[in-house]
Design a protein around this ligand. Structure first.
Ligand code: ADP
Length: 357
């Protein structure tokens, strides 16, 4: 159901060649008749008539509307990021640099035995920096960053998700080097069940094909980063496709303190080193995201001591700095989100399947 009119006369495969979408092209049908079913929100200009983009031959068989949607909603301009923006995880960061970042930067050296994996899996409790790592890989390797969550793929693109995956990888190939970050990858590639719908089976298969790289050449530099909080739900076939499976654990005390110091940089406070050390100590078991919530909660305390009718007029400097007591009360309400039981499951899974080969 690829619109024939879009394949306007290009039959020869010309790798790397581009031509403008507008050149001599007249839309043969009313725009409305091209809408997908169900129609996802389009938040930008219609693709055929006003897109200034050029068409790469890898996109010829892809619905141009999908290409535009991917560019608008899934492809991101990331903020430049540094490895130091991610607290702790020193070992994981060093593996990732060697296994995927340098190979993207120097594909000429990382060939043959040194060829990088197509897919890596980051697993561990929620809020531990998996998404940050995905963004940092893209930033540090000057790659285009695509990010999608499995739930949006299956809920937002009902009936279209399989085509969407194909389109996503085609756009990623055009914009390579690329990093495709798939959050909640377990729900996309979960173990087969009796009740599995035909559509989700097809989607899974399409994804596995893309992971195998069957549709792309050896030289393509498209890295797939899967993230999951539930690695045990992953299908065996899918798990094997992610050659490197890295456990992203909860932050240790030193990392928690680094996160704390970063966050406190944005608000006036009078915490000294001993206070910081104390908070670091009392937050054993907190994820990076929990630390974020804790700091937000503590930073609200000074405002709560101001009578509500004064808040609209108060001079900013009159708001007292955040102190250790604010953190003590925040620690009462903000509790760690990951249970000990969950943690031991990750550790078990890591022992069995955590792999670096
Ligand atoms: P995940 O993808 O593992 O669920 P995220 O990468 O989205 O978690 O992290 C959520 C938030 O928690 C981040 O935006 C950041 O504020 C904080 N955070 C988590 N882990 C770290 C870390 N290692 N270093 C710095 N901040 C972190």
């Amino acid at each position: 159901d690829v619109p024939v009119y879009f394949n306007y006369g290009i039959t020869k495969k010309m790798l790397g060649s581009r031509r403008t979408i507008r050149s001599g092209f007249v839309l043969p049908v009313a725009k409305d008749s091209m809408s997908m079913n169900p129609s996802p929100p389009l938040n930008s200009s219609p693709p055929l008539s006003s897109s200034p983009e050029e068409v790469d031959d890898r996109l010829i068989n892809i619905d141009p509307k999908m290409v535009d949607l991917i560019k608008n909603e899934i492809m991101h301009k990331y903020k430049p990021m540094n490895w130091d923006d991610i607290a702790g995880l020193e070992y994981v960061k060093s593996i990732i640099k060697e296994a995927v970042v340098y190979p993207i930067l120097r594909p000429d050296i990382f060939t043959g035995l040194r060829r990088p994996p197509r897919g890596i899996l980051l697993f561990g409790p929620p809020g531990t920096g998996k998404t940050l790592i995905g963004k940092c890989i893209a930033s540090q390797s000057n790659s285009t960053f695509f990010s999608i969550s499995s739930s949006s793929l299956t809920s937002k693109w009902v009936g279209e998700s399989e085509k969407m995956v194909r389109a996503l990888f085609a756009v990623a190939a055009v914009h390579q080097p690329s990093v495709v970050f798939i959050d909640e990858v377990d729900s996309l590639l979960s173990k087969r069940s009796e009740s599995e719908h035909d559509s989700s089976r097809k989607l899974k298969n399409e994804f596995l094909v893309q992971l195998d790289g069957a549709a792309t050449s050896e030289e393509d530099r498209v890295l797939i980063v899967g993230a999951t909080n539930r690695p045990q739900e992953l299908d065996d076939a899918a798990r094997r496709r992610f050659a490197r499976r890295l456990y992203i654990p909860l932050p240790e005390k030193k990392a928690r303190i680094q996160i704390l110091n970063n966050l406190l940089g944005t608000v006036s406070n009078d915490l000294n080193e001993i206070n910081i050390e104390e908070i670091g100590h009392k937050t054993t078991g907190y994820s990076g995201a929990d630390m974020d919530i804790l700091c937000r909660e503590a930073s609200m305390e000074p405002l709560r001591s101001i009578p509500p009718d004064e808040i609209p007029h108060i001079i900013k400097d009159k708001v007292r700095p955040v102190n250790i007591d604010d953190f003590k009360s925040a620690l009462q309400t903000v509790r760690p989100s990951v249970s000990k039981d969950d943690l031991s499951q990750y550790i078990e899974w890591n022992k069995e399947y955590g792999a670096m080969q």
